[in-house]
Design a binder for this molecule. Structure first.
Ligand code: ADP
Length: 608
């Protein structure tokens, strides 16, 4: 099969080669012959034209015609015409009867020539090529006639002896070269074949490939094998490219997630240190860096002990090593006196593992718990105060009540006094409970405060009415400086009333008899200003720093003998702040006190 194909291939090659060479040879021969005919024609026509026209008369005419006749048979002369000076044919030699087939234009051009003219034409019916040469004949400077010669190129035979010999030589060479060319191709393709086998092995193919055939693989087999190997390689490349793209994407996601985790760690409000198994720092978040006043580059990959320089935490962290403790989480409290004096920190240690139980590092969290601790302390103090404040009136009520019930007090006047005391202590208890309830309302107030239009005239009237009775009891005059046009407020009417009654009530409580209290209300720079001035005992400078603290009361006996819980001003301050306002106090002991409240005046809009 393969031999047949090679045979056909050779034959085709041979035919193509012979055709190409033959065509080239024929063209060359045609060109050469045409040149030869032109040379010969010009030579002959010139030779004849040199004769005198008289040479073609008498005996000479027959000699001349005979000579031309010989030429016609041996040299391809087609015809010979000699015209006299009038253009009439004088000698006509036309053995092939071609003269009648000469086109008119050719004839005329030849007759009217003075020099040498050559032209080619095709005879009208046989389509034969004829070369015509014409030249004028002269004698004594006069034109005596015209010679016209027609020459036919001899036919070119494809199978001339020389050509057949040449083509046979070419065919022989083609056949002789085939084995060499085949051998050359085989040798040239050997490295490619080896490459194909290698690539097949790389691609892990098990396709058997004929490698040790006695004849060796055919070119098509080699090419097929190479193509197959390239296919495998292309597949493998595609797989690798896909895997590469995937791993690139994964790398990007991991880098992004790492950054996100670092950002999240930076956003938390406590310090975080992450170490490896060698206690070298892997990560320290912004809060911790800030606490230690360090830069990230100065701590990463450095030993924890070198960076932290905190014996307590270091021994706490190293003390957690080993055994079951690795999975537990423990806390300790400590301070950083040089970095954050007066603040308390809670340190928590956790261990990181790789999921199989092997420890890969530690996480140390450092949280500032100063505020939390002081809040806890304040809560305990508050509960203790409340318990004390509740117990004192209850004890009085209980003991007075028992004495009255046991009939120990016979005197009616004393009984009345006891009943009054019980009543006063009950009021004190009720007031304390009322204050506590208001305080809890304020603490939740930012969420639940009822916002409504508060008319200041109504507010002032209610507050003054609440303190009028005790003021009258002490003969205290309340002087009012009120505006013609009352401003409005937006807020919680009940809470604002509690705040104002506290201020006015304190002014009455902590003032001696027969004094004045001035109450003024005005609108100033979009705020409602309320001032309460009394002529009371005043507040010492030291007390001024604490009067807004919960349960704080002055130690001045004139003040401490008055009933009170120390919650009024703390609550008032909270209420004013809740409404976006400010409370200020100025006082001179012995002269009196001036409380000033300013609240933002807001235009009330329904639905807001
Ligand atoms: P309470 O009046 O129940 O003691 P407050 O919180 O209202 O509690 O007041 C706290 C303290 O501030 C009072 O105990 C008193 O010492 C001082 N104080 C408040 N108002 C006045 C005032 N107008 N004149 C003098 N001292 C005052």
């Amino acid at each position: 099969m393969k031999v047949q194909r090679i045979g056909i291939l050779l034959l085709v090659l041979c035919i193509i080669g012979v055709s190409v060479v033959s065509t080239a040879l024929i063209r060359y021969e045609k060109r050469t012959r045409s040149r030869d005919i032109v040379n010969k024609g010009r030579y002959l026509v010139t030779l004849i034209a040199l004769h005198s026209i008289k040479d073609f008369e008498g005996n000479k005419r027959s000699f001349f015609l005979r000579t031309l006749h010989d030429y016609i048979s041996s040299e391809g002369l087609a015809y010979c015409l000699i015209h006299d000076h009038a253009g009439q044919p004088f000698v006509v030699l036309d053995p092939y009867k071609l003269v009648s087939k000469i086109p008119q234009a050719v004839r005329l051009k030849s007759l009217h020539t003075m020099g040498l003219t050559d032209q080619t034409f095709h005879t009208s019916n046989s389509d034969q090529t004829v070369y015509e040469f014409a030249k004028s004949m002269f004698e004594n400077g006069q034109q005596t006639g015209t010679v016209r010669l027609g020459l036919r190129p001899p036919p070119i035979s494809l199978f001339s002896m020389e050509r057949v010999g040449l083509l046979a030589t070419i065919a022989f060479f083609i056949f002789a070269m085939v084995p060499f060319v085949f051998l050359g191709i085989k040798v040239a393709l050997r490295p490619l074949k080896n490459l194909g086998l290698k690539m097949e092995n790389m691609a892990g193919t098990s396709t058997p490939v004929e490698t040790s055939s006695a004849k060796g693989p055919a070119i098509e087999d080699v090419i097929a094998s190479l193509d197959q190997s390239l296919g495998f390689l292309r597949e493998r490349y595609k797989r690798l490219e896909a895997a590469n793209i995937e791993s690139h994407a994964k790398k990007g996601v991991i880098a992004y997630e790492r950054k996100q985790i670092a950002r999240i760690l930076d956003a938390v409000h406590y310090g975080i240190i992450i170490t490896d198994t060698q206690d070298h720092i892997n990560h320290m978040n912004a809060h911790m860096l800030n606490l230690l006043s360090k830069e990230r580059d100065d701590v990463i990959d450095r030993p924890l002990a070198e960076v932290l320089e905190h014996e307590e935490i270091l021994s706490f962290a190293s003390g957690q090593e080993g055994g079951a403790q690795k999975t537990t989480r423990r806390d300790m409290e400590t301070t950083f006196p040089s970095h954050a004096p007066g603040e308390t920190f809670q340190v928590t240690l956790s261990h990181l593992d790789d999921g199989d139980g092997s420890i890969t590092g530690k996480v140390i969290c450092v949280k500032n718990v100063t505020t939390q601790k002081s809040v806890d302390r304040a809560k305990h103090e508050f509960v203790a105060h409340v318990a004390h404040e509740l117990r004192a009136p209850l004890t009085t009520i209980k003991s007075y009540n028992e004495m009255l019930m046991d009939g120990e007090i016979a005197d009616l006047e004393t009984q009345k006094e006891f009943y009054n005391t019980i009543n006063e202590e009950t009021d004190r208890l009720a007031g304390l409970i009322e204050n506590l309830l208001n305080m809890s309302k304020i603490e939740m107030g930012s969420l639940t405060t009822e916002r409504e239009l508060v008319k200041t005239d109504r507010l002032v009237k209610d507050c003054v009415a609440a303190i009028e009775a005790p003021a009258q009891k002490k003969h205290i005059t309340i002087e009012k400086k009120l505006p013609d046009k009352w401003p409005s407020l937006v807020g919680d009417k009940e809470l604002l009333k509690v705040a104002m009654i506290n201020i006015l009530g304190n002014a009455v409580k902590y003032s001696p008899e027969n004094t004045n209290i001035t109450l003024s209300l005005r609108e100033q720079d979009h705020t409602v200003k309320l001032d309460v001035l009394d002529q009371g005992y005043g507040i010492s400078e030291e007390d001024l720093n604490h009067i807004f603290d919960q349960f704080y009361r002055s130690s001045d006996p004139r003040i401490s003998e008055q009933t009170g819980s120390g919650l009024g001003l703390a609550m008032t301050s909270d209420i004013i702040q809740l409404h976006g306002g400010r409370i200020e106090v100025q006082s001179t002991p012995g002269d009196g006190t001036h409380f000033s409240i300013s609240l933002p005046r807001k235009d009330y809009q329904l639905g807001k």
